[in-house]
Design a protein around this ligand. Structure first.
Ligand code: HPA
Length: 268
């Protein structure tokens, strides 16, 4: 898809130059409601921006101040299962880069593959396994953003992971660390897939994050990704998986995650 990276429309509506991008996962969009001096821009008002169709995803940018930093939130993200190409999912990340954002904080709701994790746990994502069947960098390389072959050795910025750990300690919020496996969905995984993913080294599974991280790392952004475990992955318990459970658990823990993100931004 030919992409026209026009930032004028969005930039013209903001009160300041955003420093940090925030992508809010399923059931976690409420963080955008905590911003001071909020400005809301629906995706449909941003040229080139795909619309967010997933349940629990509002589909708008909200900009404002959080912990003294001007942040641009995506209240609602784009997923491959909505039919978007990886390039389309990368579009808002690249818009953020062009707006001057060099730090991206991503949240997601995910299932625990690691049996030691439990619903409600918050996990600093240390690395990922791409099982989405695509890559946002496929196609002609956009050299203005980054190189053809993008090194992924440290896509999840070590200093931000340290900052998140320190913030968790200050707040008394225990944090897990683990590997996220991106699965295309929209069906949840089978128990056999989850057993296979565990052997491969996954701790978490979810349907987002991976394309965003690849696009952000390609264009040189620092990335922090926090997974909120909303359920044990398929077959780990006898429980069936449901969207309602994901949204419910995310909502229960949303305030803790919000406090954590705020503490991280306040200190770095
Ligand atoms: N699998 C995939 N995506 C998810 C899950 C899961 O178990 N939980 C929340 N998002």
């Amino acid at each position: 898809m030919e992409q026209n990276f026009s930032t004028a429309e969005l930039a013209g509506k903001l009160n300041a130059k955003p420093e940090v991008g925030l992508i809010l996962g399923s059931g976690l969009g409420d963080l955008a409601n905590r911003l001071a001096q909020p400005v809301t821009v629906p995706y449909c008002q941003v040229p080139g921006m795909p619309l967010s169709t997933a349940p629990g995803h509002a589909g708008q940018f909200v900009a404002g101040y959080l912990a003294g930093k001007y942040v641009l939130c995506m209240q609602g993200r784009l997923h491959a299962y909505e039919g978007y190409s990886m390039g389309e999912i990368a579009y808002p990340i690249r818009l953020m880069k062009l707006l001057g954002i060099n730090r991206l904080v991503i949240t997601n709701a995910c299932g625990a593959v690691n049996r030691e994790f439990a619903p409600g746990d918050i996990c600093i994502i240390t690395d990922h396994i791409n099982f989405l069947g695509g890559n946002p960098l496929t196609g002609p390389n956009l050299a203005a953003f980054g190189p053809r072959f993008c090194d992924m050795s440290q896509a999840y910025t070590p200093a931000l992971r340290e900052a998140a750990l320190a913030a968790g300690e200050r707040l008394g919020v225990p944090l897990r660390q683990g590997v996220y496996l991106g699965y295309a969905g929209p069906s949840y995984e089978t128990p056999a897939e989850i057993r296979a993913f565990r052997v491969l080294g996954a701790d978490l599974v979810g349907m987002s994050t991976v394309p965003e991280v690849i696009a952000a790392h390609h264009c040189g952004m620092e990335v922090l990704a926090l997974g909120l475990v909303t359920n044990m992955a398929a077959g780990v318990t006898q429980e069936k998986l449901s969207e309602a459970e994901v949204i419910r658990t995310a909502a229960q823990k949303a305030q803790v995650l919000q406090a954590l993100v705020t503490e991280i931004l306040a200190n770095g």
